[in-house]
Design a protein around this ligand. Sequence first.
Ligand SMILES: NC(=O)c1ccc[n+]([C@@H]2O[C@H](COP(=O)([O-])OP(=O)(O)OC[C@H]3O[C@@H](n4cnc5c(N)ncnc54)[C@H](O)[C@@H]3O)[C@@H](O)[C@H]2O)c1
Length: 340
Amino acid sequence: MKIGVIGLGAMGRLHVQEIRKFPYVREILGCDMSAAARAAAKKDFGIDSVAKEPPLLAWKPDAIFVVTQPSTHVAVIEPALKAGIPVLTEKPLATTIGDCRRMVALAKRNKTPFQVGFELRYCGLTRGMRQVVDSGLIGKPLHVDLVQVCGAHRKGYMTRERTGGIFWEKLCHQVDFFRYWLGEPQRVMAVAAPNAIKHYGIEDNVLSCMVFPDGRMGKITFMSTRAAQIGGTDDHGDRGHYYEMGVTCTKGSVTYCAWTDTLSVVRFNHRKDCKSELIERIPATRFGVSCYDVASQNGDFLERVRAGKPLQFPASDALISMEWVAKAERSLASGGKWIQ
Ligand SMILES: NC(=O)c1ccc[n+]([C@@H]2O[C@H](COP(=O)([O-])OP(=O)(O)OC[C@H]3O[C@@H](n4cnc5c(N)ncnc54)[C@H](O)[C@@H]3O)[C@@H](O)[C@H]2O)c1
């Protein structure tokens, strides 16, 4: 396959690094407006790159990966979809719901494979949680809890113009993860505390809840408090994230902790003395790369494109997550109103 990668920043480089390992990928052509990013990709991965998208599309790639900042997604993705080239874009789909809907409709009209990089659906921690829940040991999912103690981002990265907002940039992952576990939401609310990092133009401390049918719930705690304390946030990029994710079910829970990179499986009250019990603590790496498993995501996308098979997680499904992202941002702007 001939693969194009547009955007060779922090995340684009990770995509190139993983895509080039696939045996069926014959050539990769990069694209970045920054000469420094193109030179670094040549030096580190040996790939050639162009400065603009039209020559990349004229090269007729079999698929492209879009890894530019969110505000540019629509301008980069639309020409590729119009040319009938399969696209996997990094999240978020775009920064307005109108743009998201338009691109998904365009892909549908052109019958062009189109996917959004919600990599939490692919990573080892999710595979591990899924295996535990599917075993029936802990019953049916009722609550999903996500705690993200966010890492630092450089000045100019966390702005509304660049990202669309905190739910578009970061918490879309979590909203999508809720849908993966709990089905379709009924309502959402979100509130923010004062910013911890002064140069961020969007909220960096957020609490959000989503309600699903039959009382199922999702809760997000997102804070940059720790990043604010490590100082010098201008100097380092997107790093230092910490996640804790838990799925609490009718008969027990499975929780992932990023510090220890383990999954803990607990069963509730199944003993005569009514005590809950830690059944197992499993290294998440047993299920593959525990976080940021871009290789599994990209491999799944490319293999389906190659085989002409339907995508497992098409952008039309991601659009539903983005509709809830837009509602969560509305709730945030209203100071915590529930939005249906
Ligand atoms: N899945 C995840 O967990 C995860 C993590 C971080 C970032 N991301 C996403 O990855 C994307 C990129 O983020 P990043 O942190 O790598 O950003 P970045 O700023 O490090 O890199 C973006 C690159 O795109 C280039 N670029 C911008 N507009 C362009 C255009 N029109 N044509 C060609 N090149 C262009 C820039 O020069 C830059 O090199 C974003 O959508 C972001 O939300 C996802």
